[in-house]
Structure formats: C-alpha cells, structure tokens
Design a protein around this ligand. Structure first.
Ligand SMILES: *[C@@H]1O[C@H](CO)[C@@H](O)[C@H](O)[C@H]1NC(C)=O
Ligand SMILES: *[C@@H]1O[C@H](CO)[C@@H](O)[C@H](O)[C@H]1NC(C)=O
Ligand SMILES: [Cu+2]
Length: 321
C-alpha cells in the first residue's frame, strides 16, 4: 500500500512537469551535437554551451524576470561557448515529442559587450529577432503553426544565422510560445555562441528589445483564444516581439558598449568629442582592416568593417584591427 501510494504521489507530481512541458535539451552547431543544461540535475559540474535554466514549466507572465533565458540570466560556473560561422544553421532540439502544436516559433540573438558572454547577465542585453514562424496555414483555431512544424521536424527547429550579422559573442535564444491555453506559455532557452565571418549590418534601434520588455500581456499574438468561432475563421496572426532583423526600418544602433574593445579616445579636432557612430557623417562599418579610422587631424570615416575595431596606435593614428 505504502509503495503504491508513493508511486501515485510521485507520478502525479512528476508527470505534468516532465511530460506536459520542457525546453531545449540539445543543439546541433557546425555538425556537432551539444548537450544542454539539465535543469533537474545538480548544477555542480555541469558544463555546456547552454545557459543554465531552471524548470520545464512554462513562463506565463511576459514581464517575468526569467523571460530572457528561463532563469536568473547568469552564466554557468563552467560555462562553455562554441564558434559558428555567420550564414550557417543552428538546430535546437526540444524534448520528444513536443506537446504543444499551437503557437509561434521565434529565435533571437543578443550581442555581448567585450570578448565573451560568460559573466554577462542575459537581462542586460538587447535582443533582435532573426527567425520567426507564426500561423503557417489555416485558421488560428485549427491551423498549422510554427510549433506544429517544429514537432513534425523531430521536435527541432533550425535557424540560419544571417550572413550579415556582425562577428562577435552572442547569446542565441530559441523560443516556442504555446497558445493552447491562456495566459500564453513561453518556453525560452539560450546558448552561448561566437559568430565568425560575419557581416556589418547592425540591428536597428526598433529591432532591439529587452527580455522582459519585448512582450506585453495585451499583445494581439498573446491573447488569442483558439476556442472561439472567430478563431475558426481568422487567418491572421501577429507574431509577438520586434520586427525581424533586416526588415529595413529605423536607424542602425551602435554595437553594445564594451569595456575592452573601445578604442582610446583621441582628440580629433575642435568640434569633436568622442562621437558615437550614429553622429558620424560616414555610414557604419566602412573602413577596411588596416585602414585609418581616427587620430588628430583625421576627419574621414571612423567605423570599421566587422569584425575589426578602431584601435588607437598613437594620438595621430587609429587603425582598424
Ligand atoms: C531527433 O532528435 C533527437 C534529439 O532529440 C536526435 O538524437 C535524433 O538524432 C534526431 N533524429 C533525426 C532523424 O534527426
Ligand atoms: C487579426 O486582425 C484583426 C483585424 O485587423 C485584429 O483585430 C486582430 O488583432 C488580429 N489578430 C491577431 C492575432 O493579430
Ligand atoms: Cu507544456
């Protein structure tokens, strides 16, 4: 009797948690499989490119402080990073079989300041959306959704890093949002990647968002009730979050401020302070490697083509290195 009762108690406690929900358990990057963080194991000794996350349960409040990476935003004690090339795909694998077929898929990047994302809290970063899939066909009430496609793809989702993304250190945030019940359920997990061979298209200011902050409980894409007559005829769905990266509105944002990569400020002339890129008359990222980008008496373009940064060699000469 005791054993049976214990079993029932265990099963009823564990089943909803383990089988009704979940998250990203592994990745495939440059052909290699990376096992993710195991939220129900001891954090001690866990070493993975994935940021720690705490629970298979969904986040149901878009202002929840854990919305960035399903945790407090910190990196693991033995945090790893892997390198990938801009233009290459990354696949995230959810637990099998992902149970929620109604809702969008979204993938975001956030560039970290400095030379690594390790130690950088995810809640301090600005994110831009590089991939999304909402209602793919049919109606809101019984159509085919991004998350249904994810299930059909072996409970995985593949996002190609845009070739135009500047090289650097990033968190990549895969997210599925489940709409089968309200409030909407958010399932985000993050991993640390270093992007190489990138381009020079900085996200624009209106493409950059914070988590929490990017979503609101009143967003049309988060308040849809699938079980209404209206939903059975409605074929439009507004994916939450900012416009997709590269969709072409707004002005380029400066890259995240860095404590290590910022060049020494050099006086350039009477009218000059340390001008941020947006105040430069030249477009962002035009100076090639080894080209001059600053120095006393210099008045040309100051922004280097990615991945180079403007470094002061002396008071008279700064170079893209
Ligand atoms: C399906 O996903 C699992 C990981 O969840 C992976 O181990 C397996 O290789 C995948 N199968 C195929 C055919 O890609
Ligand atoms: C669909 O379109 C209607 C009418 O424009 C709008 O009121 C509604 O919010 C839209 N639904 C979604 C989920 O975006
Ligand atoms: Cu669930």
């Amino acid at each position: 009797m005791f054993a049976f009762a214990t079993l029932v108690a265990l099963a009823s406690a564990a089943l909803p948690q383990v089988f009704a929900h979940g998250g990203v358990l592994s990745y495939k990057i440059e052909g290699e499989i990376f096992q993710g963080w195991a939220p129900y194991n001891s954090p001690t000794g866990q070493t993975t490119i994935q940021r720690p996350w705490s629970s298979y349960n969904p986040i149901t409040n878009p202002t929840d402080p854990t919305l960035a990476c399903n945790d407090d935003g910190t990196s693991g004690a033995l945090q790893l990073t892997t390198t990938t090339k801009a233009g290459d795909p990354i696949t995230a694998y959810w637990n099998q079989v992902w149970p929620h077929a109604y809702g969008p898929m979204l993938t975001y990047l956030a560039q970290c300041p400095g030379s690594t994302c390790t130690g950088v809290n995810a809640n301090t970063l600005k994110w831009f959306k590089i991939d999304e899939a909402g209602l793919l066909s049919g109606t809101v009430g019984d159509g085919y959704w991004g998350s249904g496609k994810m299930i059909d793809q072996n409970s995985s989702w593949t996002t190609t890093i845009p070739a135009s993304v500047p090289s650097g250190n990033y968190l990549i945030r895969f997210e599925t949002i489940a709409l089968h019940s309200l409030p909407a359920q958010f399932y985000p997990e993050c991993a640390q990647i270093q992007i190489t061979g990138g381009g020079s298209l900085q996200p624009t200011t209106d493409e950059l968002v914070s988590f929490p902050g990017a979503y609101s409980a009143s967003d049309p894409g988060l308040t849809v009730d699938l079980y209404t007559n209206e939903a059975m005829t409605q074929t439009n769905y507004t994916i939450p979050g900012p416009p997709l990266y590269g969709s072409g509105t707004g002005s380029p944002a400066p890259p995240p401020a860095s404590t290590t990569a910022v060049p020494t400020t050099v006086p350039v002339g009477p009218s000059s302070t340390s001008a941020p890129p947006t105040q430069s008359s030249a477009p962002v990222g035009t100076v090639a490697q080894y080209g001059q980008c600053g120095g006393q008496g210099y008045s040309g373009a100051t922004a280097c083509i990615a991945p180079y940064t403007c470094q002061a060699l002396n008071a008279y000469y700064s170079q893209c290195l």
